[in-house]
Design a protein around this ligand. Structure first.
Ligand SMILES: [Zn+2]
Ligand SMILES: [Zn+2]
Length: 242
């Protein structure tokens, strides 16, 4: 699925107004085959959802009958109520997320966003009132032309019948978390978000959206900002769990 022709075809499909070419796989733009389903057989075989049981805190694979993963057991509490992810981050999923974020292929948000909505319907707890995307710094958003979390939020929110609220803003540019050591990530995002009074989350159950949950520092900082702004509860939904 990652042939050069496939990548070019996928990019062209994206340029065509962000819509999928009918009968083409939304991931590789290859032929769909006759088996049905939303992906071509190659992609369907490569994209594997997170296994059951899932960690009640972070949405990753739970280690045992404890219902939480080893990482959450070590950390203790998370600054959100509950997190749900669709895929384990790696292989094809990493490639998809990179194409969405850095490869100029925003149309991939449709496929991922819909799978995120379905994962929430299956594994989420409680009924959120609003969907809030993790914001990009305005300069990065300008350079990229879009915020991938916003696109995912729009798709997932539409499928879940919820409004999207741009309730957070990034107050400064930060280094990419993935480029930093684990112990420097928390400091990198400390105080980086501010709430926007115009888009109040007071008394609301917020579903916070991003592409990937890795250490959870970025999402945790955003969740704390939403709680400070009066959110009743914050849950997290991501396409992948690193
Ligand atoms: Zn495909
Ligand atoms: Zn966990």
């Amino acid at each position: 699925m990652q042939t050069k022709d496939g990548m070019v075809a996928a990019r062209v499909a994206g340029w065509l107004g962000g819509f999928f070419v009918p009968d083409a796989c939304p991931v590789c733009a290859g032929a769909m085959g006759t088996a049905g389903g939303e992906l071509c057989p190659d992609c369907a075989g490569l994209l594997v959802e997170l296994p059951e049981p899932r960690c009640a805190h972070c949405g990753g694979a739970a280690d045992s009958a404890l219902e939480v993963c080893g990482e959450c057991l070590r950390i203790g509490t998370r600054p959100w109520r509950h997190a749900v992810s669709v895929f384990a981050y790696g292989g094809v999923t990493r490639d998809l997320v990179h194409r969405l974020k850095y490869g100029g292929q925003p149309y991939l948000a449709r496929f991922l966003g819909r799978r995120m909505a379905r994962a929430w319907s299956l594994h989420g707890t409680g009924v959120p009132d609003v969907v809030v995307p993790i914001p990009l710094h305005w300069w990065r958003r300008l350079r990229r032309g879009y915020n991938q979390a916003e696109l995912l939020a729009r798709e997932a929110a539409e499928a879940l019948g919820l409004p999207v609220l741009p309730a957070l803003v990034r107050t400064r540019a930060t280094r990419r978390q993935a480029l930093l050591d684990i112990d420097r990530r928390q400091a990198n995002v400390k105080g980086v978000f501010a709430s926007r009074p115009r888009w109040s989350v007071r008394g609301r159950h917020v579903l916070l959206l991003d592409d990937v949950l890795t250490t959870g520092h970025t999402l945790g900082e955003a969740a704390r900002t939403l709680h400070t702004a009066g959110a009743l509860a914050v849950s997290v939904l991501t396409a992948a769990r690193g």
